[in-house]
Design a protein around this ligand. Structure first.
Ligand SMILES: [Zn+2]
Ligand SMILES: [Zn+2]
Length: 68
């Protein structure tokens, strides 16, 4: 087996595709499972997770590469 380090796991909350966290929308009465924010799948789209990552680090993430 290839050696892989924590694939498909959010760096902040530790959720995985098999166990995603739920994002609650303040103005709506429903929840939605998170998805991946970045191309490398190390951060999910939960606003609570995004808020914990410094902006400088977010700008370095693959999702924004190529958009610049
Ligand atoms: Zn997360
Ligand atoms: Zn999540």
């Amino acid at each position: 087996m290839p050696l892989v380090c924590e694939p498909e796991k959010c760096r902040v909350c530790g959720c995985t595709p098999l166990n995603p966290c739920l994002i609650r929308f303040e103005d709506e009465d429903h929840q939605e499972p998170c998805t991946w924010l970045d191309f490398d799948h190390t951060l999910c789209t939960n606003p609570a997770c995004i808020a914990k990552v410094p902006l400088a680090e977010l700008l370095e993430m693959p999702i924004l590469r190529g958009a610049i």
